[in-house]
Design a protein around this ligand. Structure first.
Ligand code: 9L3
Ligand code: MG
Length: 150
């Protein structure tokens, strides 16, 4: 009985910590043939024109990989397969940003900018020059390493 109560309170403490940290936003580091898919934001005004790894908020009850797949379908009209995580949790105004690595599913359509101003595939030598949103700039070294490792 006590053990059950202890386990339950652990779950509650974890949930409280998650709520305090705010919502989780996932970002997708999609790689193909040594290139990284990057996307130019249109909103909010403070971020418009700057580039990011596409993604968005995880919905209640949704896993992070499922959120990555959903966001890529909604924002890019393509299908990705999540392959791992990259870097550490990044603090953002909205909560915390977690980068997941991915590849396009076989036969998936070419990504389209449905919600972005533009999307493009960038090579490792270009990433330092990209006008990143602040949160994503923090993982540029990891992104370069990811591209060079494949
Ligand atoms: N955000 C930052 N970097 C990213 C993503 C996908 C999102 N790579 C920030 C911008 C917004 C918030 O997270 O403040 C929610 O993202 P969205 O739903 O507007 O894409
Ligand atoms: Mg988004």
């Amino acid at each position: 009985m006590l053990r059950i109560l202890a386990a339950r309170s652990e779950v509650l403490v974890e949930r409280a910590a998650a709520l305090a940290a705010g919502p989780v936003v996932v970002a997708t580091a999609a790689v193909r043939a040594g290139l990284l898919l990057i996307a130019q934001r249109t909103r909010p005004p403070a971020l418009a024109g700057r580039w990011e790894l596409p993604g968005g908020r995880v919905e209640p009850g949704e896993s992070e990989p499922d959120a990555v797949v959903r966001e890529c379908r909604e924002e890019l009209a393509t299908q990705v397969r999540v392959t791992g995580r990259l870097g550490t949790d990044l603090p953002i105004d909205a909560g915390v940003l977690r980068v997941h690595t991915a590849e396009l599913a076989s036969g998936a359509p070419e990504p389209q900018a449905l919600e972005h101003a533009a999307v493009r595939w960038a090579g490792p030598d270009e990433l330092a020059e990209v006008d990143w949103v602040d949160a994503d700039r923090a993982v540029v070294a990891d992104l370069v390493a990811l591209l060079r490792s494949g």
